[in-house]
Design a protein around this ligand. Structure first.
Ligand SMILES: NC(=O)CC[C@H](N)C(=O)O
Length: 312
């Protein structure tokens, strides 16, 4: 097989998407996110040899929002192992990320760790080992370690904005507390949840932070281990089946790689053995996933041949 010209592929995709006029809608239910300029686009690939290939707005920090759920899940699994699954399931929900409807039928146990209810339950699990401030410190340190970059922080304006308007998340947390699925006080759990969603990172940092998922739990194929290979495999499976909420089937069909989106417009995608991919464009499609980042990843998968469904 001929060697892929990744710098050219990445540059071309970034140029094509910068020129798009239809860019989706920025999330406006979190007022601070409504102010983000939808004209931005960035794509970064972290490769097995340590190189990062990037184009577009590669250094602009954006709100990672639900992409943070991948990292809190990894931390909670590392801390509590399979006991995490006592409070959250592993099935796609087929419902929007902030839906409450299944919770009543299913006795307050969220379908998976990537919908809001599930991620709030995972944050609650973390709080059985850490005080709120400590938990946020652990999450940030974990991301800094994974990305090899200390310059990753919480955006306080986004956290505040969400704290002031996150009524639906308050409902989800109280509902789960009513069923005993949350053990902590809802306000405390939500405080940590809102703050980890408000972490800001660039696509370069995100691509580097996701390397452990592309390389069997290690930061590079023969590098230091961050999580077990079993855990990396399991998180990838959940990203593929649940990472885009009720758009997960469509993303798997079009892109064919595990991915996790956030309403800030970011997507972390994983091409096992090949690359960890950070992509960002703030405008969202109808189900709350980045319109142009999804499109970019579809083109990247087509042009590289990367897919978890293809023999290589
Ligand atoms: N899909 C998302 O990124 C949602 C996360 C956001 N912080 C919320 O709770 O609504």
């Amino acid at each position: 097989m001929t060697e892929l010209d990744l710098p050219m592929i990445v540059t071309e995709i970034a140029a094509e998407l910068a020129a798009e006029t239809e860019r989706g809608q920025v999330a406006d239910y979190i007022p601070e996110l409504a102010r983000v300029n939808p004209g931005q686009f960035g794509l970064a690939l972290a490769l097995p040899d340590g190189r990062v290939i990037a184009a577009g707005d590669t250094e602009v920090p954006f709100s990672i929002q639900s992409v943070s759920k991948v990292f809190t899940l990894a931390l909670a699994l590392g801390r509590h192992g399979d006991r995490v699954w006592e409070r959250v399931g592993r099935e796609p929900s087929g419902d929007p990320f902030n839906s409450i409807v299944q919770l009543e039928y299913e006795k307050g146990r969220p379908r998976n760790p990537f919908i809001n209810a599930g991620a709030i339950a995972v944050t609650d699990a973390l709080l059985s080992s850490y005080a709120p401030r400590e938990a946020l410190g652990e999450i940030l340190r974990f991301l800094q370690y994974l990305a090899g970059d200390d310059d990753i922080a919480i955006d306080p304006a986004v956290a505040r904005s969400e704290q002031e308007t996150g009524f639906r998340n308050v409902a989800l947390a109280n509902f789960m507390r009513g069923y005993g699925v949350l053990s902590g006080e809802p306000a405390k759990v939500l405080g940590v949840y809102f703050h980890h969603c408000a972490i800001a990172m660039s696509v370069r940092q995100l691509a580097r932070a996701g390397r452990f998922l592309a390389f069997d739990g290690r930061l590079s194929p023969h590098g230091p281990r961050a999580v077990s290979s079993r855990m990396a495999r399991q998180i990838n499976a959940l990203m593929l089946t649940c990472g885009h909420y009720d758009g997960s089937g469509e993303f798997a069909f079009r892109v064919g790689l595990p991915g996790k989106s956030g309403v800030g417009g970011g997507i972390l995608a994983v091409a096992p053995g090949q690359a960890s991919i950070g992509c960002w464009s703030p405008g969202l499609n109808a189900v709350g996933n980045s319109l142009l980042a999804s499109r970019a990843l579809e083109r990247l998968a087509e042009r590289t041949g990367w897919s978890v469904f293809t023999a290589r």
